[in-house]
Design a protein around this ligand. Structure first.
Ligand code: CU
Length: 334
């Protein structure tokens, strides 16, 4: 028993470099900056240590048994006794795996339910609502209460719950801010919900984790958690200085391009909420066409390359506000 304790201790020590790596490398999942991410990282650490201990025990037993029951020269023609069934052993090797599964399942189920709700300790506060609309290849954030909209960056008040109402204008994407919480998919014509809290001020990295074509690698954004005063000041600033978001400008935004940050007065929710249908008429499927072979490469090929470049504000294909005729009302894959 004492040896076991020692082994556990040594193994935990061996794991420390792996776990600490989160602090100064890219393993930001292990460097949580809010209760949701902390909950998830605790579960991951618990599961890794728990399973590592089991693996260690199995390998130690394996080595020991191979060594103890090895064939020896002086064995002669030793024949082991025939054995049939052993109740004690059978009970042991059924009970132990069941106990392992329960020990992993209970904390996992608990965490899964916890991260779906307003984080613990923040239930009393009214969450600020931010609509997330993902498009190829940018993130659009609408603040209906504040009446402003941003592209590719997100400012939130620190130490305050945020409710994200997420959808997609076209293909499926996944919203992930590893330092604040887990990832969640965004899909056209439906809404997914996510609660996050940053319990400290700072800048956090966010990105899409669901591959969606050429601009995928560029589809990231910054989350800036700031004090309440700074946040309100920023909102006021935007309202005073930013351009109004027009429907034309918005249609332009939804073209498959990689662009930088943008800030607008007003939100697109005033005329379209992609969570509740209507996405199709904003998606120009012609812009996605990739031409293979030599025959008709000229114009389109260039255009495909254009979309890779940074902001391409002037609309070349204004006329092509084509609508995808195959409007699928039914969303049957759920
Ligand atoms: Cu869906």
């Amino acid at each position: 028993m004492k040896a076991m304790k020692k082994l556990t201790y040594i193994f935990t020590l061996l794991l420390i470099p792996v776990l600490l790596a989160g602090c100064d490398s890219k393993l930001i999942v292990f460097d949580p900056k809010g209760p949701v991410a902390r909950n998830l990282s605790d579960l991951i650490v618990y599961s890794i240590i728990f399973m590592a201990i089991i693996v260690l025990i199995v390998f130690v037993l394996f080595g020991f048994i191979i060594w103890k029951y090895r064939a020896r020269k002086d064995d002669g023609d030793f024949e082991p006794e025939e054995e049939e069934g052993n109740h004690l052993l059978e009970v042991i090797w059924f009970v132990i795996p069941i106990a392992i599964v329960i020990a992993l399942m209970i904390p996992t189920a608990k965490t899964i339910y916890e991260v779906e709700d307003i984080p613990q300790g923040y239930e009393e506060e009214e969450p600020i609502v931010i609509h997330v609309t993902s498009a190829d290849w940018k993130w659009i954030f609408s603040y209906p209460e504040q009446g402003i909209e941003t592209v590719n960056y997100l400012n939130i008040p620190a130490d305050h719950p945020v409710q994200f109402k997420m959808t997609s204008a076209g293909t499926m994407q996944s919203f992930w801010v590893p330092e604040l919480g887990g990832q969640k998919y965004t899909m056209a014509n439906m809404q997914t919900n996510l609660f996050l809290v940053a319990d400290q001020e700072g800048s956090f990295y966010g990105r899409n984790t669901s591959f969606n074509g050429r601009g995928y690698a560029h589809m990231d954004f910054e989350v800036q958690a700031m004090s309440n005063d700074d946040f309100n000041e920023w909102v006021q600033d935007v309202k005073n200085t930013a351009n109004d978001l027009t429907e034309d400008e918005y249609s332009e935004l939804l073209k498959p391009t990689v662009i930088g940050r943008k800030t607008y007065n007003g939100t697109h929710l005033e005329w379209i909420d992609h969570a509740h249908g209507g996405s199709e008429q904003y998606i120009d499927s012609d812009l996605y066409e990739i031409h293979h072979g030599e025959e008709d490469s000229s114009g389109e090929q260039e255009q495909a390359e254009d979309t890779e470049q940074e902001t391409n504000d002037n609309a070349e294909q204004e006329s092509e506000q084509s609508t995808d005729s195959s409007t699928h009302e039914d969303h049957s894959h759920h």
